[in-house]
Design a protein around this ligand. Structure first.
Ligand code: ZN
Length: 584
């Protein structure tokens, strides 16, 4: 990286002699494990040259977008190229005068058929910049900034952070944890480290120890957070650096860290056959992303509770806020979870406007399915065993032994832990599209659950009541607007606006002849009662149109979830086991 401001990494790849092979096939990965989309990283490769050890150019033939056949005569050869690194995400690579970062599949070629060979990387930071290197790979003794990987899989599973990032380290037992924090951040770093320590301790306890000696958290503090990418002994997390102005900022950090760290087991070691043996050149289809992502999302919340990072009331608030979002998604019961997983490559990561109406994320439905299974296992065991114990079993019987899992193994593990089969649940919630009835399960687990129309003020403390406002929130169009512009983001199927023909991208300008903006649209709608006909004027592809629709009553509900003080002893035991209170 001699000129970081150009955003170009200069890469030199030295390949040893491959006796008996007249040609070698150079291959560039097309996707990053953990992020299920063909990304064609090779589009950022420029200036490719291939020469022998004496610098003579070797003949080559391009076979397709990501493969070259090189005439090597079995002798060592050198590949040189540059990578334009200007996408600041966990799964790509980035270089500027403040730091360099890469996720291996976006910078490294491999030689076809030679993935199992050991690799060695030497990083040459810009001269006199004072940059240092953070990676999970083991340093090579007496070789500056050199690191060793057992094979290509390990090489590209260890992202590199190079720059002037802040570093912190701590130990849990004999295992060393490091934090490399890049960017402008208004967090108290000591509190971030405390959160990480609590999260890794609680997770290690769940699995009975750590499957590595050293683990690295690479954290990028950026203008907006975009999530993480998991690896076997490290993670990269892109967070909103200036979002730590209240406790919620730290909770979001803890949630992301808990999710990613759980992946060190679930998906990086507890894997199905499709992900255990990665093909870097094409889609790798798995039917288990509900387990690897949805259940991980769910366990993150249990881990945060056990780590003391959140309290029960935080979980209850999350349930009350997130459940109605899911329970009103029109597409939540259209496609089975195993199918959503399989088609991640073409839907989850390439959503159409209609995704929200006709599909759902396997993270989201998988999250609620995980919670439903956990509660059902608790109900079957008087609160004593559930999803954490199921994962411990999957780890000990499969992950630790390098054996892949499939859905039948998960079903068997649930049965072994829960003391009975849960095939009905798997058939309906994972293979089927049945409604997940979490509120009914919460009640059986000792929670009190209430849902009230948003316009119903009864039961609210008088000081919080606003009858006029509430009454005006009753009329509903079914239009979901872009937050800052008057563009229609979605129209709920079968809603008044849907029936009137309003659709994605319509640019609304007036309600009943009065001009509206993002602040006044809801007010002009609220001037009317449900059942009233209103005229909506909008531009569609720059042509003015008008639709008349009959307002309906808002289906929105305000949920409250609390511990039921009058729960029977059995339900209270289920609750205590579920939320880990018995284990503190
Ligand atoms: Zn994940």
């Amino acid at each position: 990286m001699p000129q970081p401001a150009t955003h170009e990494f200069e890469v030199e790849m030295r390949v040893p002699a491959l006796p008996g092979h007249e040609t070698a096939e150079l291959v560039f990965p097309t996707w990053a494990p953990g992020s299920y989309l063909v990304r064609d990283f090779v589009r950022h490769v420029i200036g490719l040259t291939v020469s022998d050890a004496r610098g003579r150019t070797l003949a080559r033939e391009r076979l397709d977008k990501q493969r070259w056949r090189i005439q090597t005569a079995g002798r060592p050869f050198v590949v040189r190229y540059r990578v334009f690194a200007f996408e600041a995400s966990v799964r790509t690579s980035f270089l500027d005068d403040s730091h360099g970062y890469w996720n291996g599949t976006s910078v490294f070629f491999h030689v076809a058929g030679e993935l199992a060979r050991p690799c060695r990387v030497t990083v040459v930071p810009p001269s006199r910049a004072g940059w240092h290197v953070a990676t999970a790979l083991a340093p090579v003794a007496r070789a500056r900034n050199s690191y060793a990987a057992a094979d290509f899989d390990e090489l590209v599973d260890a992202p590199f952070e190079i720059g002037r990032h802040e570093t912190r380290a701590f130990k849990v037992g004999r295992t060393k944890f490091e934090l490399a924090l890049y960017g402008r951040c208004n967090a108290d770093t000591g509190r971030l480290v405390d959160i990480l320590r609590r999260i890794v301790t609680a997770t290690g306890r769940m699995f009975g120890g750590f499957p590595f000696d050293r683990y690295l958290f690479i954290v990028h503090a950026l203008p907006i957070g975009s999530g993480g990418l998991e690896h076997r002994a490290s993670v990269t997390m892109d967070i909103a650096g200036l979002s730590f102005e209240d406790d919620a900022g730290y909770r979001r950090f803890a949630d992301l860290a808990a999710h990613e760290f759980f992946h060190a087991w679930n998906v990086k070691r507890i894997q199905d056959a499709a992900l255990a043996r990665v093909d870097y050149t094409r889609e790798n289809y798995t039917r288990l992303l509900w387990l690897f992502e949805g259940f991980t999302d769910y366990l993150a919340h249990i881990i945060m509770l056990r780590a003391g990072v959140t309290r029960e009331r935080d979980l209850y608030r999350m349930l009350a806020e997130d459940w109605p979002k899911y329970a009103t998604r029109p597409g939540r019961n259209e496609t089975p979870l195993d199918e959503l997983s399989y088609e991640a490559w073409i839907k989850q990561y390439k959503p159409s406007e209609n995704f929200i109406n006709r599909s759902v994320s396997y993270y989201e439905r998988g999250f609620w399915a995980g919670m439903a299974l956990d509660i059902q296992m608790r109900l079957a065991t008087a609160g004593r065993r559930g999803l954490p114990e199921m994962f411990r079993r999957l780890w000990e019987r499969f992950g630790r032994r390098g054996r892949p899992v499939d859905e039948a193994d998960v079903r068997d593990a649930a049965a072994a832990i829960g003391g009975r089969r849960f095939d009905r649940f798997f058939d309906r919630a994972i293979r089927g599209t049945d409604e997940l009835d979490l509120p009914a399960l919460w009640r059986r687990a000792g929670l009190e659950v209430k849902a009230r129309p948003e316009w119903d003020q009864r039961g609210k403390p008088p000081a919080e009541r606003d009858d006029v406002r509430a009454r005006r929130a009753r009329a509903w169009t079914g239009i979901d607007l872009h937050p800052e512009r008057m563009l229609v983001r979605n129209v709920v199927p079968d809603s008044p606006a849907w029936r009137a023909g309003i659709t994605f991208g319509d640019d609304i300008v007036a309600v009943d002849g009065a001009r509206v903006n993002p602040a006044t649209f809801a007010r002009r709608v609220g001037d009317n009662k449900p059942g009233t006909r209103v005229a909506i004027a909008y531009f569609r592809r720059d042509l003015l149109r008008e639709a008349t629709l009959t307002l309906a009553e808002s289906p929105a509900r305000t949920w409250t979830v609390t511990a039921d003080a009058h729960a029977k002893a059995g339900a209270a035991a289920v609750r205590a086991g579920w939320l880990g209170m018995a284990r503190r």
